[in-house]
Design a protein around this ligand. Sequence first.
Ligand SMILES: Cc1cc2nc3c(=O)[nH]c(=O)nc-3n(C[C@H](O)[C@H](O)[C@H](O)COP(=O)(O)OP(=O)(O)OC[C@H]3O[C@@H](n4cnc5c(N)ncnc54)[C@H](O)[C@@H]3O)c2cc1C
Length: 130
Amino acid sequence: MKLFDVAILGASISGASLGACLGMEAVEVVMIDKNSFPRRKACGEGLSNIGIDALERMGLQAKKTLSGSLKETEDATAEITALRSTIKAERELLERERKANSNQLTLIASERAKLAVALKEYDGRSKGRK
Ligand SMILES: Cc1cc2nc3c(=O)[nH]c(=O)nc-3n(C[C@H](O)[C@H](O)[C@H](O)COP(=O)(O)OP(=O)(O)OC[C@H]3O[C@@H](n4cnc5c(N)ncnc54)[C@H](O)[C@@H]3O)c2cc1C
């Protein structure tokens, strides 16, 4: 009977990755799975950046160029980031304008008050002349 150093139960992504890594270290591995491979498995076919890095560490060539839904997700993320910074810049501009308008209104109110005083004085003087 052949003996192995390690027996891995489940030979899907985790099991197969562990098996491959141990195999690269010359550890003798047996993988046991209740299914036969390739098997049918629902999958979104997405490969994250962490997954790509892990594949590369295992010596497997991962596609550097993004395609399909992952590329669209990255594009959408970049678009959202750009939109967020535009919104932030617009908010800052609006806030500056609001402050400038508020200063302008204060100035107008103070000018009005001065005008009202001057008008009162003028009325008083013209009444005195009559
Ligand atoms: C619908 C769907 C879509 C997904 N899409 C994505 C995607 O796009 N990208 C992505 O990165 N991930 C995706 N995932 C997640 C991904 O499938 C899991 O993270 C991954 O399969 C987990 O791997 P695993 O090896 O830990 O477990 P599993 O893949 O579940 O493997 C467990 C293995 O153990 C075996 N086993 C179980 N019990 C026993 C037993 N008693 N004896 C022997 N063997 C046994 C099973 O047959 C199986 O082969 C998706 C998951 C689902 C459900």
